[in-house]
Design a protein around this ligand. Structure first.
Ligand code: 5GP
Length: 120
């Protein structure tokens, strides 16, 4: 199976995942290799390879990804302490799966967003 249809197949219910939220536009499920006590991925139910590939027709689903993330954050008890939303894009962004996904991370202080660059 190619990496680019893995999340689409999860969203369609064709592959197992720990699904925490689903509506007509997006599906949210727990990351298989969590980087925080709560680590959920929210993905469109139709194929969008990355944010770089999204077009005007995808605007409703892009908004829904964020609103679904907020709902899941509340559901997971993260609203008070706060949380982080991340979208990786392309090779430099560290995107490994070629289906747009929003990472929701929380459940403990997450520290700085990234390691400081080394001085050259
Ligand atoms: P990326 O690096 O593309 O932004 O993030 C991909 C994420 O997908 C990683 O955090 C990785 O742990 C997660 N992941 C990869 N394969 C699977 C899978 O089969 N199931 C689930 N639930 N998560 C996956």
């Amino acid at each position: 199976m190619t990496a680019d249809n893995l999340f689409l197949r999860i969203a369609r219910g064709e592959l197992p995942a720990d699904i925490v939220y689903r509506d007509e536009l997006v599906t949210a499920f727990r990351d298989i290799d969590p980087q925080a006590p709560v680590h959920v991925l929210i993905v469109p139910n139709h194929h969008v390879a990355s944010i770089a590939e999204a077009g005007p027709d995808d605007e409703p689903v892009l908004g829904r990804l964020f609103l679904a993330a907020r709902s899941v954050a509340e559901q997971e008890g993260l609203a008070e302490g706060g949380y982080r939303l991340i979208v990786n894009c392309g090779a430099h962004g560290g995107q490994e799966v070629e289906h747009l996904h929003l990472h929701l991370l929380g459940g403990e202080p997450l520290g700085p967003m990234r390691c400081r660059r080394k001085e050259h």
